[in-house]
Design a protein around this ligand. Structure first.
Ligand code: AMP
Ligand code: ZN
Ligand code: FE
Ligand code: FE
Length: 278
């Protein structure tokens, strides 16, 4: 088989289960030639992943998945081959990390009002130093027996419009695209098949998006075909990834479920060399 990659993976630097080093080791064992660590709104897992890549001999592509909102729709923007030392990107992500903390603190208070006895310290114990998010809150609720699955926590309490839901800090997609480009990264729209209307995809192109995540576990074969054609017709780059978060039993996503042909990595690299970093 040809060389293959997975360009969408979370670690415990955000809401994934395993450390960057553990993730890198597991992907090597599964025969991957390259992976990208794309934690939510943080680059903090990258240095450990890059060192582990040297130890286990697997190529690590610097990545991030920025959570943006446009007219009440969540849009996730992936950035690849980013310069993690870029000041603009770093300060924006620090701001977002602090905002995540404030948001989850408010959600804990809301849950307390609703009668769920959980504390901020319990959430921090699960989240560690990384970017904190609703999945950490869900895990505390699970451990304390308030719910039976992570999904249930989202459906009953933490999802949009649910009693403990508080909107996230709002950065719009245009801004995310700009800061990724400023850090010499390639902005790609993540899993458009989950919730993105085609009109919005056209707007994203106007705003400077350079590619589409065509293969994702939430995309049916038909959906992936549609976006593959769309990408070709609009001269956009093509990526894919498993969005793996760990072995959480009610997650639909599994390690390396997407094997992206290495040819697409070459195309990203050419783009980076010719357009972003000439
Ligand atoms: P946050 O960034 O704190 O708003 O949390 C969003 C993250 O929660 C997503 O990236 C997923 O990892 C997870 N998530 C969102 N909706 C669900 C759901 N219905 N069931 C399980 N996990 C979810
Ligand atoms: Zn996540
Ligand atoms: Fe996402
Ligand atoms: Fe993701």
């Amino acid at each position: 088989m040809n060389k293959y990659a997975d360009l969408h993976i979370h670690t415990n630097a955000s809401d994934g289960e395993f450390s960057p080093k553990e993730v890198v080791k597991m992907y090597k064992q599964h025969g991957f030639s390259a992976i990208s660590i794309t934690d939510h709104d943080t680059l903090e897992g990258l240095p450990e992943a890059i060192s582990a890549g040297k130890i286990y001999d697997i190529e690590i592509i610097s990545g991030v998945e920025i959570s943006t909102v446009w007219e009440n729709e969540e849009i996730h923007i992936l950035g690849y081959f980013i310069n993690a030392n870029n000041q603009t990107l770093q300060s924006k992500l620090t701001e977002m990390k602090n905002a995540r903390k404030m948001r989850i603190k408010k959600m804990v208070a809301r849950l307390n009002e609703l009668g769920y006895q959980i504390t901020w310290q319990e959430v921090v114990k699960i989240a560690g130093q990384g970017a904190i998010g609703r999945p950490h809150l869900a895990r505390v609720l699970l451990e304390k027996g308030y719910i039976e699955t992570i999904k249930e926590a989202f459906h009953k309490l933490l999802g949009w419009g649910c009693p403990a839901f508080i909107p996230r800090y709002k950065i719009n997609p245009q801004e995310a695209i700009l800061i990724i480009k400023e850090a010499k990264g390639i902005p790609i729209v993540a899993h458009p098949g989950i919730n993105l209307e085609d009109n919005l995809l056209k707007l994203l192109i106007e705003w400077g998006i350079e590619g589409i995540e065509v293969w994702h576990p939430e995309h049916s074969e038909k959906t992936s075909e549609k976006y593959f054609k769309f990408a070709k017709d609009n001269n956009l780059l093509i990526t894919g990834g498993s969005d793996w978060h760990g072995n959480n039993k009610d997650s639909n996503f599994s390690l390396g479920s997407i094997k992206l042909d290495y040819i697409y990595i070459e195309k990203l690299k050419n783009h980076k060399e010719q357009i972003l970093d000439p």
